[in-house]
Write a protein of this length. Structure first.
Length: 175
């Protein structure tokens, strides 16, 4: 069979390099694919859809149901809504070294979350539930920043994440 690369390239050496780069690209792509499937990886923006205009009518994202909830296995689930220009509830308090599952939905446009000095970062795409599983090893007060431009108030769209040391009890709740 004739080398198909010959159609676009006459030089023998150049054709060899085209083949090498093609093989490398497919090998690396294939490796990533195998790794992602083997470890059940998926993008943090999830593939779970939701009607952003009716969040308040859903069970999970109704205003009264937002905040931190403890699961049977001791991990936490934090349910939040991002909307111009804030995160609700505005203060989240979790203990250090505890698995936390964030479930965040946007009520309007594209937002994002970035918590500096941690690995918490995700886009919050309207129409989807963003899910991030993480744990915060270091107690302290963290800024919970919107990192996707969402309008004139984007600069002031941030809230608080408080990570308490595991031995001290949770204080005042998440109002
Ligand atoms: Cu929300 Cu920027």
């Amino acid at each position: 069979m004739q080398d198909p690369i010959r159609l676009i390239c006459d030089d023998e050496l150049e054709r060899r390099w085209v083949w090498i780069s093609l093989i490398m690209a497919f090998a690396i792509g294939g490796l990533l694919g195998v790794y992602a499937v083997a470890n059940n990886l998926h993008p943090p923006s999830n593939v779970e859809t939701i009607d952003s205009s009716r969040l308040h009518l859903t069970e999970e994202f109704a205003e009264d149901n937002l905040g931190v909830k403890e699961n049977a296995d001791g991990s936490l689930t934090v349910t939040m809504v991002a909307a111009r220009y804030g995160f609700f509830p505005p203060i989240i308090e979790v203990p250090a070294d505890t698995m936390v599952k964030f479930r965040i939905a946007s009520a309007d446009v594209l937002h994002g979350v970035h918590v500096p000095n941690t690995n918490m970062s995700t886009m919050i795409v309207p129409g989807y539930v963003s899910e991030v599983n993480t744990a915060f090893p270091t107690p302290g007060k963290y800024a919970f920043l919107c990192n996707e431009y969402c309008g004139l108030g984007h600069d002031s769209m941030w809230s608080r994440l408080i990570v308490t040391s595991k031995s001290s009890p949770m204080s005042a709740g998440n109002k």
